[in-house]
Design a protein around this ligand. Sequence first.
Ligand code: FAD
Ligand code: DHB
Length: 389
Amino acid sequence: MRTQVAIIGAGPSGLLLSQILHNAGIDSVVLERKSLDYVLGRIRAGVLEQGLVDMLDAAGVGERMHGEGFVHDGTELCFDGTRHRIDFKALTGKTVMVYGQTEVTRDLVDARRAADAQLVYEAEGVELHDFDTTKPWVTYRKDGVEHRIDCDFIAGCDGYHGVSRASAPQDSLKTFERVYPFGWLGILSETPPVSDELIYARHERGFALCSMRSAMLSRYYVQVPLDDKVEAWSDARFWDELRRRIDDKAADTIVTGPSIEKTIAPLRSFVAEPMKFGRMFLVGDAAHIVPPTGAKGLNLAASDVHYLSSALIAHYGSGEGELIERYSENALRRIWKAERFSWWMTNLMHTFPEASCFDARMQVAELDYVTSSRAGAAALAENYVGLPY
Ligand code: FAD
Ligand code: DHB
């Protein structure tokens, strides 16, 4: 089989890239290791920057998002038992969209299928070959049969544990990493959200976040030690702990119910440089991870897709190769700024095991500054709604 771009991974970055290329008349094949049900069962991000919303619209997959998603003009930061609002719209003129990654993925799959896209699920043993030449190729197994795809380029959209970064020449790969000494325990419950906007709470007992997916679906998180097990957290224990970390009004009015999903995710900052190896590109989580505080993971994957799709469209259109050559550099400039914001917000909001009383006072002083100074609030708002591409 032959295609122009072989895409590894059918997460949001692989699917969005495939859809944008298709709209520009560029052919691709997407290879995904898991089944569609498995991919749609993963509960992940929930906040979309304006830039991603615009990309989904331009790709022709924004309709359901506008009907079912919620536009948020601001968010609330809670510390010392009091909530303070950051008004994104007043400070930046921009807003964010609350719409789950699962729904974005579903919309993209529907669009790709409607266009008869080559979307191969349960592709086993994917291998990348000769991407340091002008004739790369990819092999995989499906239902016990070996397949080969010849292509012009390979896009590694296969997440942190994928095969693409692992296939890059390791001596030309530099990685940067910080692992945080805690995780987030998240639950999904069929209850109305406690507030119209998200609440990010700093508390001596640890961070908490109140988020949502719809009018009857809430997403809540609490910071937990890295070695905690989900089994140790009954629903009752979760709700008690959440209530202790948020303000009294929220704690008194929150509607609780059985969890329909409960997982612990570790927090990590990670960047791999460069993101281009000959004719193979790393995209999204394959190249970088942010801690979830500030909701940047999915949005960063989308900005990589922006840079790569623009480069490929220029290559196939006018034959101009400059954007392809500069893909890594252009993507990384924005990635490092989002890494900085996610790291900053993580440090600001969480309780660190080794933190002193001084460190705790510094967090509160910084939160006080951010919520009382227009400049401080604007810096948070500008990053949260997303820096320009
Ligand atoms: P992924 O979504 O990881 O997609 C990669 C795809 O490649 C997967 O479907 C995988 O099965 C496939 N794949 C892997 N290896 C192979 C292979 N060898 N062959 C073929 N296919 C392969 N971000 C936020 O902003 N907010 C959040 O609340 C949030 N929560 C998260 C919770 C968890 C548990 C995780 C893991 C991430 C979370 N993120 C969150 C981050 C966000 O979900 C990711 O940044 C986003 O999914 C990145 O998209 P992607 O397409 O680059 O990678
Ligand atoms: C969600 C996750 C985040 O990391 C965040 O900062 C905001 C919202 C969520 O899952 O809804």
